[in-house]
Ligand binder design. Structure first.
Ligand code: ADP
Ligand code: MG
Length: 637
């Protein structure tokens, strides 16, 4: 105490004892004295901390009563040490117990004293409960944080991160990952460079969907925000980032897409298998009949032959559809007759769906073709029909009808109506229908009212996506227990587009005029079929069973050969190689490629290699002749 304060106190007339009493009584720190295991003195702050009145504690309660059971051993031991003088002073924390049973975080500083000639403890304590719980909460927040945090140097050194970040990348702890270079977490080193470039350009990256590689090589998908720190000269000094792991969501999405695909495929395969059995039944049955009728009844023989031929055609047709359908969808617009598509889908599903589901298809005559991706349209109508079936467990009719509507019909219903005319396809059922609330959600991905394992909620989302991709519109009308109608609008292009060229009907116009065709085909029955078909229809034929042989023949007889028919799937020298070799011999050579695969890539490849046309296997005589005719006499001479 300085002289002046001493003087002022003296002037105020405060006695030192009073001063100490005032100081202790009104201190905000808890003050206590323990002797004989009872509190002999506590101040008001002490009593308040523990939720008692001073009078309820003094001479009545001991330290154990104010200590939480889990810390009583600790506190008793600490008191004993002090009472016995082993450790005269001690500062420690323990869990206190309030009158109302609440736990307290108490920090205490006690020392042994001699009070009235006997050992005692005096001390002060403070209540840290709020501070500690806040810190705990903060720590928990950081540890359990679903976001992974990091700070990296521009060279990729990971300077700081939380455990979530370490765990996200498959490291046991933060300590383990700190020595790692962030570059190794990117699928390609180039990608980190690009990431840095983007930060340098925009200073930050927001909601960036990124893919990283875990320590075990697995991929993680995250959404990331990253902020660049720059020095005064504008150089990037570090990057702070926040990642949220979306791997689980991605995987789920993938699985759902997968199961949707499987559901669709299952429906289709069911239909094909059923129809195929019928087709095979026709073939087997008629072949049996033919054996008997061959000589005895030529008329029945030829009728059976016709039936066999028809059944085989149907089978080939179906395989073609299946192949078309099973292709990975590439957005490929071509001229499409939508009426044909809904008829085909109805035909296909009739077999796959239960018999109590009927189909009614009406197509207004003269609907112009639209530009569309045929595969995707199959998917659209298939999904709608599957839903209609599910909505009619007791059976009913699925109606699909196509017509043309003018722009004014759509105005007010949809935005951005920019075509003059649209093809409207309505798909209706007589099923359970939906209330307004349900109907307003049906196009949302993952929205389903079906039991787990029965619906993915993706069917209509896919439909919606495809319709949008075709600049079309879709809406739904439904009434509970009455049924549902989906209306789909596809724009008709302004210039009426040419309908896909149909194979010529009459074989007379496609007869050969003695031209020579070289057939390169490794499969003997097919080669012989082509040979016979061509010879029977006015062509001279040379043939080879392999690519090298074909090229060799062309080398010798090229001048006589008007056209080459090449199978793309040859063993040894491939069809493309044959094509290249032929074009080397004669850049003007006319080649028609054939293949059993309908992949768009294969077609593109074939045309890029210089083929004049493509013929999908299996083909009919008429198709073969039509294509050859077109290639040899393009102007229809
Ligand atoms: P999912 O068929 O897997 O449930 P969709 O996207 O195909 O997913 O359909 C979403 C929901 O829309 C269905 O669960 C159903 O509630 C409703 N829905 C779709 N089509 C019809 C329909 N024709 N009749 C009644 N409800 C339908
Ligand atoms: Mg569905």
């Amino acid at each position: 105490m300085t002289k002046t304060t001493q003087a002022r106190n003296d002037r105020a007339g405060a006695h030192p004892d009073d001063l100490f009493r005032l100081f202790v009584e009104s201190s905000l720190t808890g003050v206590y004295l323990i002797q004989d295991n009872l509190f002999r003195y506590v101040n008001r702050a002490f009593a308040e901390i523990f939720g008692w009145e001073v009078g309820e504690i003094v001479d009545k309660l001991g330290p154990m009563e104010l200590t939480a059971p889990e810390d009583r051993d600790l506190v008793a031991e600490n008191i004993r040490e002090r009472v016995e003088g082993e450790i005269p002073e001690l500062r420690y924390s323990f869990r206190g117990l309030r009158k109302d049973g609440k736990r307290l975080h108490i920090e205490v500083l006690g020392s042994s004293v001699n009070h009235m000639n006997r050992p005692a403890i005096i001390g002060t304590l403070i209540d840290n409960t709020e501070k500690v719980t806040a810190a705990e909460r903060y720590r928990r927040f950081f540890d359990e944080d679903i976001a992974a945090h990091y700070i990296t140097a521009p060279d990729g050194a990971i300077l700081e991160c939380n455990d979530t970040f370490a765990r996200l990348f498959g490291f046991a702890s933060k300590a383990e990952i700190l020595g790692t270079n962030a570059e190794s977490l990117f699928p390609m080193p180039r990608e980190r460079e690009r990431f840095i470039e983007r930060i340098k350009e925009g200073r930050r990256i927001e909601r960036h969907e990124a893919e990283y590689v875990r320590r075990d090589g697995k991929r993680v998908y995250v959404v990331e925000n990253a902020v660049g720190e720059f020095d005064l000269a504008g150089n990037l000094t570090s990057i702070r980032g926040y990642l949220v792991d979306e791997t689980k969501e991605r995987r789920l999405e993938g699985q759902l897409y997968q199961s949707q695909k499987l559901e669709t495929l299952g429906t289709l395969v069911g239909g094909i298998a059923h129809d195929f059995n019928n087709i095979l039944g026709v073939i087997v049955g008629h072949v049996g009949l033919m054996e008997n009728k061959r000589s005895s009844d030529p008329e029945k023989f030829s009728r059976s032959l016709e039936a066999v031929g028809k059944a085989a055609n149907r089978g080939a047709n179906m395989v073609r559809q299946l192949l078309t359908f099973a292709r990975k969808v590439e957005v490929m617009t071509e001229s499409v007759r939508i009426g044909d598509i809904i008829e085909e889908v109805a035909g296909l599903l009739k077999e796959a769906f239960p018999e109590k589901i009927a189909f009614s298809v009406t197509v207004e005559p003269g609907i112009p073709s639209i530009l569309a991706d045929q595969n995707q349209l199959y998917q659209v109508f298939l999904n709608l029909c599957v839903n209609a079936r599910d909505a009619m467990p007791a059976g009913g009719t699925i109606s699909m009808n196509a017509s043309v509507v003018r722009r004014s019909f759509l105005n007010g219903r949809f935005k951005e109506v920019d075509s003059e005319e649209y093809v409207l396809v309505k798909v209706s059922d007589e099923g359970v229908g939906m209330d307004k609330e349900t109907a307003s959600h049906v196009f949302e991905p993952f929205f389903t009212t079906k039991k787990q394992g029965q619906g993915t909620g993706l069917g209509l989302a896919v439909v919606y996506g495809i319709v949008k991709a075709h600049s079309g519109f879709i809406d739904v009308e439904s009434e509970k227990d009455k049924g549902t109608t989906f209306s789909l609008y596809f724009p008709i292009p302004p210039e009426a587009i040419e309908a896909p060229a149909a194979a010529p009907e009459e074989s007379e116009n496609v007869m050969g005029r003695g031209e020579t065709i070289l057939v390169v085909e490794d499969e003997r029955p097919l080669r012989e079929f082509a040979e016979t078909a061509l010879r029977d229809n006015g062509y001279e034929v040379l043939s080879a069973a392999g690519g090298a042989g074909g090229v060799e023949i062309y080398g010798r007889r090229g001048a006589d050969i008007d056209l080459v028919l090449v199978d793309m799937g040859l063993p040894g020298m491939t069809g493309s190689e044959v094509l290249a070799a032929l074009r080397k011999l004669n850049p003007q050579v006319k080649v028609i490629a054939t293949s059993g695969y309908l992949e768009p890539e294969v077609k593109t490849e074939i045309f890029a290699a210089g083929a004049v046309d493509f013929l999908a296997k299996p083909y009919h005589v008429i198709e073969l002749l039509g294509k050859i005719n077109k290639a040899l006499r393009p102007e229809g001479r």
